[in-house]
Design a protein around this ligand. Structure first.
Ligand SMILES: [Fe+2]
Ligand SMILES: [Fe+2]
Length: 211
């Protein structure tokens, strides 16, 4: 069996970061939901939806970073496979959001490298804190992501069935990821940690909407 050195992990992490940050380098395993629907939006509606999808795309960049950071430090011997499945589904989400942004003639957030770095560090720290906290961190993240997806679903224009189908499937997956993490023994995080996560995600959602 090959033993990986620290430098191997570093190169692997860098490769993963590029895949998450460079548009077009993540391919979805499942086709984007809502492909058979039509959405004809006014210019203003399209701009608003692009803002929302840019936030969701940034959220998915964070999810990639979180799972990668966690994989670096967490052991998770019993649940590795489930967590890998969840990480795989996050790649679908990333690719779907990216595709929708393109359809709307828009672009991913310029701040994504910053969000990736922050989330990677938080994921790695959660992994160091032990598997129960690491899983608790996933559960808390998914809860917060699901809450903002629910809010975006209420903000979408009625006639945007395409974006709606994507966000609904993402929300379903995120809640499943949360269930998986909790069932595997995820522990509730201390309130200050939850608060810090909310603060970062609020800053992200407020800025990625615009640029
Ligand atoms: Fe996701
Ligand atoms: Fe998720």
């Amino acid at each position: 069996m090959r033993h990986y050195r620290f430098s191997d992990h570093l190169i692997d992490s860098f490769d993963q970061a590029l895949r998450s940050l460079v548009p077009g380098s993540t391919v979805a395993e499942r086709p984007a939901p809502g492909q058979d629907t039509q959405s004809s939006l006014t210019v203003n509606q399209a701009r608003h939806v692009a803002g929302l999808m840019r936030v969701n795309h940034s959220g998915e960049v964070c999810a990639q970073a979180l799972y990668q950071g966690q994989a670096l430090t967490a052991r998770l011997p019993r649940v590795k496979q489930e967590m890998q499945q969840a990480a795989r589904e996050e790649q679908d989400h990333l690719a779907w959001c990216e595709q929708r942004l393109k359809e709307l003639d828009s672009y991913p957030s310029l701040l994504n490298p910053l969000w990736y770095g922050l989330s990677y560090t938080m994921g790695a720290m959660a992994g160091l804190a032990g598997d129960e906290y690491s899983l608790g961190f996933v559960a808390e993240t998914e809860k917060q992501v699901s809450a903002h997806l629910a809010s975006h679903l209420t903000q979408l224009p009625e006639n945007d069935a395409r974006s709606r189908a994507i966000l609904e499937q993402m929300n379903e997956d995120e809640l499943q990821h949360r269930e998986t993490a909790l069932a595997a023994g995820g522990r509730e995080l201390p309130k200050p940690v939850q608060g810090a996560m909310t603060l970062i995600s609020k800053t992200m959602t407020k800025t990625s909407y615009f640029f």
